[in-house]
Ligand binder design. Structure first.
Ligand code: SF4
Ligand code: SF4
Length: 315
């Protein structure tokens, strides 16, 4: 496994980052022991970097996997907190549930532009203070917006950006993949650590998995790539691919055939609580029923975090 310095953070990360969303309740919903074992196997095989977020509800899996390794693992998490109180609550929750004194990388989740960054200024200031005290090692943002990458890269104090990158530009909200790459390069040139998300477009490009991974691996200004994994088989395939080793064709075929989709349960009440969680405009309530536009859905599963009835999830 190749490792790279994440910009100027002084943090060295594996090129493959374990995308923590997939094992948890918003997606595969693996039993705790099984999900932790998938993560632990990735750590055993050389992955030293895992990405999660408060809304993914995967801290228990990660905490359990961390207990199984003596290697130093870099953990990144994200929060929607915008004020000091929310930021403190979010960071404390991460430290407590991950059983860690510090969090390596703490990000503002789903930033959109200079304006949302301004709206989160209080939270950011709090995180800068925590960084000075050693409770956070690097501060940053995650985003599907080119405008947010541009705004964050010009701000003092932003160490890391976690942008969406895939060859089709699926999930980029305000422009093309070329424009996104231009903005990312600008950030990289300023010494910001870049780890990309959704190289497979949230699973939509799974049939072209080799093309997807080659595309992101060949971008010289991306330090690491977060990839969701939900089985040990998938961990082995991804690690082999990142290390340039041959992959068993049968296993690759099986993974490519695993079609993922957003499932709405029959007990959905059509209340619309989940609709604002979708930045892609893929769900709406029409005549009292939740309506999905498949072609807009990037299978992120964020809508599921808003449903108290557990009526919507990626399967
Ligand atoms: S999925 Fe849940 S939150 Fe969304 S409309 Fe149905 S019941 Fe409401
Ligand atoms: S509908 Fe749900 S899974 Fe699909 S893009 Fe929107 S939030 Fe993500």
């Amino acid at each position: 496994m190749e490792y790279r310095e994440l910009g100027k953070t002084g943090i060295k990360v594996s090129r493959l980052c374990f995308g923590g969303l997939t094992v948890g309740p918003l997606q595969a919903n693996l039993p705790l022991e099984e999900g932790a074992e998938v993560i632990a196997e990735a750590f055993r095989q050389g992955v030293n970097f895992i990405d999660t977020a408060e809304i993914y509800r995967t801290y228990p899996y990660i905490a359990r996997a961390l207990k199984q390794t003596s290697k130093p693992i870099v953990v990144a998490s994200k929060t929607y907190a915008f004020d000091r109180k929310g930021a403190a609550r979010s960071l404390d929750k991460a430290r407590k549930e991950l059983d860690r004194d510090y969090i390596d990388i703490f990000l503002l989740h789903e930033q959109e532009s200079e304006w949302t960054l301004r709206g989160h200024r209080e939270a950011l200031e709090y995180f800068y203070e925590c960084k000075a005290k050693g409770i956070i090692r690097a501060v940053g943002i995650s985003t599907h917006h080119i405008a947010a990458v541009r705004a964050a890269s010009r701000m003092d104090g932003i160490d890391v950006i976690h942008p969406i990158v895939n060859y089709k530009g699926i999930g980029i909200i305000d422009g093309t993949i070329d424009e996104m790459l231009q903005a990312i390069k600008e950030a990289y040139d300023r010494g910001i650590g870049i780890y990309a998300m959704k190289p497979l477009g949230g699973g939509n490009l799974i049939r072209n998995v080799e093309k997807c991974i080659d595309y992101v691996l060949n971008i010289p200004f991306i330090h690491s790539i977060a990839l969701g994994m939900q089985s040990i088989e998938e961990v082995h395939v991804n690690i082999s691919y990142f290390e340039g080793k041959p992959i068993d064709d049968k296993i690759l075929y099986k993974l490519k055939e695993r079609k993922r989709r957003l499932h709405i349960e029959e007990w959905c009440e059509g209340c619309g609580e989940c609709v604002p969680a979708c930045a892609h405009g893929a769900i709406s309530v029409r005549e009292g029923k939740l309506h999905l536009e498949d072609e807009k859905c990037i299978l992120c599963g964020y809508c599921g975090s808003r449903c108290k009835n557990f009526a919507i999830k990626v399967i």
